[in-house]
Write a protein that binds this ligand. Structure first.
Ligand SMILES: CC(C)(COP(=O)(O)OP(=O)(O)OC[C@H]1O[C@@H](n2cnc3c(N)ncnc32)[C@H](O)[C@@H]1OP(=O)(O)O)[C@@H](O)C(=O)NCCC(=O)NCCS
Length: 167
């Protein structure tokens, strides 16, 4: 994967959220109208990639979450303690501006998110994502994510498999 010359940072007031256009109205509106409130309330952290410190080329959000042990595929669940829930980190949103797609930025943002999650001192078994459609499912499967048997738009990747890439 090629690494484009993007700067990654936590979203702050110097970033311009107004022109972001990923082709998904919901993901664009979330960045423009809701993310700051979610960050203030500590229900999401938002990381952005910029080319010049201002214009946002892509973003993702992370928050802690959990999965029911019973939601995992039997082979995965069997290896875990019998607690009802399994700790995870959810990448709630991931989007790249259409001017910057196809340059490796989506993959780089995903790798950055996985690195943060796997490198954290606070344990989580997996990263999980809720894909918005079949194309997003294909993107995550391409990167090794596994769909939940009863909820195919929810996918997970055990963080033990990315420990080597930790930041
Ligand atoms: C999906 C999205 C994040 C991909 O971003 P991108 O910058 O174009 O992706 P990249 O150029 O980094 O591609 C990384 C890899 O994923 C692959 N890929 C990209 N889109 C894919 C798809 N829909 N299905 C399968 N693989 C895909 C690329 O071929 C590339 O593979 P490689 O690393 O083996 O060469 C971007 O198109 C987007 O923001 N779409 C709208 C929002 C969205 O669907 N978000 C997903 C979360 S719900």
């Amino acid at each position: 994967m090629s690494r484009a010359p993007f700067e990654l940072a936590l979203l702050n007031g110097s970033h311009d959220r107004s022109t972001f256009n990923s082709g998904s109205v919901q993901l664009d509106r979330y960045l423009r109208e809701q993310v700051s409130q979610d960050v203030r309330r500590r229900v999401a952290a938002c990381f952005v990639a910029t080319t010049d410190g201002k214009r946002i080329a892509g973003y993702y959000t992370l928050a802690s979450a959990s999965l029911l042990l019973s939601q995992l595929p039997p082979g995965t669940g069997k290896k875990l303690p019998r607690y009802p829930t399994v700790p995870t980190i959810r990448m709630g949103r991931l989007a790249v501006d259409q001017d910057f797609t196809g340059q490796g930025l989506g993959g780089a943002l995903l790798a950055d998110a996985l690195g943060r999650a796997a490198g954290s001192e606070i344990a989580a078994f997996a990263m999980m994502v809720n894909a918005k459609d079949e194309a997003a499912v294909a993107f995550y499967r391409h990167h090794g994510f596994i769909a939940l048997p009863d909820s195919p738009l929810t996918l997970f990747l055990p963080l033990a498999t990315v420990q080597g890439q930790a930041r």
